[in-house]
Write a new protein. Sequence first.
Length: 137
Amino acid sequence: MIGKVIVDASVVLEWLESGEKAQAALRLHHDIVTGTIAAWAPDFLLSEVVNILLRKKHASRKDTETFIDTLLTIGISFDDEPDIGTVRAIIDIADTYKTTTYDAKYIYLAKKLQCKLVSFDQKLLQITQWVTTPSYV
């Protein structure tokens, strides 16, 4: 019988580390890749991982994209299948504007729909091309 697990960012990011926790995480990785275990995650796992890699781990954009490509192809099922173009656009926005990927998702939607993000967030408001306060709509 194939087992089923939900993976979170703390486990997925250990695949990039070494040590005892990493070894356990890598065993799980192997089981996911070979189909011994069915893995699921919410779609925002990708955003969470990108945010940690770019902001906390200071990974390069290329390394971040490569790791995300791996996550999308090893067999993890997401509750809302992500499109690689969307994920890369969010990586680009997060990297370009030095913002969280959660905020980058809002900006991405504004760009996609060719409209403004309405916000009171002072950091976001510095991105005047896509963000405005409600009084400027």
